[in-house]
Design a protein around this ligand. Structure first.
Ligand code: NAD
Length: 541
């Protein structure tokens, strides 16, 4: 599948296309440059000799050629998809992202390259080959003529004068496409409605062999197992399924042993890959079982909770809990592919959606404060009963770009520091105290709920240390509370047990607990030590 970049002249298709090609590890094709190369003529000269009709014929032939070639990022000319035939070809061979910009922005960009675009009358330009009379138009007129055409593409991105790297971030969120490198072999991440049904074809592309095991839990397999099985069988695979009980209590080495047995019975060999269909518990366990089966087989992540999509499903940390503490056993073993299908989220119980939102808020605090502006969309879940499904997300066309934007934060952080030697520790924000709370309540407080409380308390520590301005903890508490997350220690919690669990947590150096702490929204510090007296004071407040 290609990625076509479309939109008016000067909207940045080539610049952004080259950045996306680098990030997604795909070749970049500028269709106009391809046409010039094939014709051995510059486009203004083709227009001069053959008129617009001649150019459009060459354009259609070029599109046909690249569309049937290997996957690429393809920047199209500003009128390439006016032809219904070209449009149908592009739609059937890839995703199309259409850039949108106002006339003033485009005019200033286009005037930097006068003469390049023969259909435009660029103020002050002296084209080497003047367009035929009546052909050249001011950009505003061209834009007005094509307004409804450009608006007819479902995936659109307004461009501005933001740096190209930022626009590329926005393009990736709009398209739901990432490629994560830095730990082992790079892997692709796709976010969107329906990506679950592509798992069979994509595993075939990855050469995952003819058999697999789908690991799901008591909720995810009945809900989505059939879709995944159908997609895999359609690709000729022999499929077994293993259902594990739902919930954190399942995240044990005994469950890992049960998965090893299932892999043995299914004949999983080195060249095969296993599939994790579920939330963070299923992903962590399946990834760890895969890391240790036959000294490592591949695994494919199909996250079905918001938390697993934006956090646990990315980054390759896999593992299981011990009775003494969370995630004490584990391995870095990244997935070979992640398909986050947001059409699975409407069945998620509201309490689990809130938990995912806790990690989204954490990501906002680390590197994308703008995500906080999207939280009012989730106000409904503050009022929902814990077990009520989030049906109102069923038709939310903003959901996939929102999830992708939150994923982008984690993707940036883990690429910078895949093995948690520095920057990645920022992702532990709220988790040091949070893990203590989960463990001390025997997981009655869910992971995301504990992270919300932990983040607020860790912000209090930061305020007390003078790292953060007074008021930050309160500000963060308001964001968590807006979506119905708890922000204070549960009544009656055994604080000694919280401290004991924190002491066993992995985020230590030389026996000292090291915290990730917010200095402000958008700035998280890592490796911060805290005295026992201050920690006690904040936990008891
Ligand atoms: P989870 O996997 O327990 O899922 C929560 C509940 O939702 C379960 O009952 C599950 O059956 C149900 N469920 C899942 N998808 C559903 C759907 N689409 N519809 C209906 N029900 C659905 O919990 P989680 O919050 O996804 O993950 C928490 C785990 O992730 C913790 O163990 C935590 O330690 C781990 N985690 C790991 C990392 C990492 O980097 N590996 C990061 C953060 C958290």
């Amino acid at each position: 599948m290609h990625l076509y970049l479309y939109g008016p002249p000067g909207s940045g298709k080539s610049t952004i296309g080259q950045i996306l090609a680098r990030r997604l590890d795909l070749p970049f094709i500028d269709l106009d440059a391809f046409i010039e190369c094939t014709a051995k003529q510059r486009i203004p000269d083709i227009f001069a000799c053959e008129g617009e009709g001649g150019f459009r014929m060459r354009e259609a032939a070029a599109l046909d050629q690249v569309a049937h070639g290997p996957s690429a990022i393809i920047a199209l000319g500003g009128g390439a998809l006016l032809s219904a035939k070209n449009r149908a070809l592009a739609e059937s061979t890839g995703d199309i992202l259409c850039f949108q910009a106002d006339a003033a922005t485009l005019e200033s960009r286009v005037s930097r390259h006068p003469g390049k675009r023969p259909l435009l009358a660029v103020p002050g330009s002296e084209c080497a080959v003047p367009p035929s009379p009546g052909q050249a138009k001011p950009i505003g007129l061209l834009l007005a003529e094509r307004a409804s055409h450009y608006a007819s593409f479902a995936c659109r991105l307004p461009v501005s004068d933001l740096p190209p790297e930022v626009t590329a971030d926005q393009a990736q969120a709009a398209l739901g496409r990432f490629r994560i490198s830095g730990m082992g072999t790079a892997y692709s991440v796709r976010v969107g409605v329906g990506v679950l049904d592509t798992v069979g074809a994509r595993m075939s592309e990855l050469g995952c062999g003819n058999r697999t095991v789908i690991v799901g839990d008591a909720h995810t397999l009945p809900l989505y197992g059939e879709r995944v099985v159908a997609s895999l069988r359609a690709s000729g695979m022999t499929v077994s399924t293993v259902a594990i009980p739902a919930g954190e209590a399942t995240k044990t080495i005994e469950t890992v042993a049960a998965l090893w047995s299932a892999f043995l019975n299914a004949g999983i060999e080195r060249g095969h890959a296993v599939v994790a269909l579920g939330g963070g518990v299923v992903g962590d366990l399946t990834g760890f079982a895969a890391a240790t089966w036959l000294r490592g087989v591949r695994w494919i992540g199909l996250p079905t909770t918001l938390l697993a999509m934006v956090d646990s499903g990315l980054g390759g940390k896999t593992g299981a809990d011990l009775p003494q503490g969370k995630n004490l056993i584990g391995a870095f073993h990244p997935p070979s592919l992640v398909l986050a299908d947001t059409s699975t989220l409407p069945t998620l119980p509201a309490a689990e959606l809130r938990c995912g939102l806790a990690e989204v808020i954490k990501h906002a605090v680390i590197d994308d404060p703008g995500l906080l502006d999207e939280l009012p969309r989730f106000a409904f879940c503050a009022q929902s009963a814990d077990g009520a499904p989030c049906q109102s997300l069923a038709d939310a066309d903003w959901l996939a770009p929102f999830v992708a934007r939150a994923m982008a934060v984690k993707s940036r952080v883990i690429q910078q520091d895949p093995f948690e030697k520095g920057a990645r520790a920022a992702l532990n924000l709220g988790h040091t105290i949070g893990h203590g709370i989960e463990k001390a309540t025997d997981f009655a407080v869910r992971h995301g709920e504990a992270v919300a409380i932990g983040t607020v308390l860790e912000a209090r520590l930061a305020e007390a240390l003078g790292l953060a301005q007074p008021g930050l903890a309160q500000q963060l508490a308001a964001h968590f509370a807006r979506v119905g997350l708890p922000v204070t220690m549960p009544a009656g919690i055994d604080l000694t047990a919280v401290r004991a669990a924190m002491t066993l947590d992995k985020k230590k150096a030389g026996g000292e607990i090291l915290f990730a702490m917010p200095a402000s929204i958008g700035d998280v510090r890592t490796g911060v030590a805290v005295s026992n007296a201050l920690l006690d004071r904040v936990l008891r407040a």
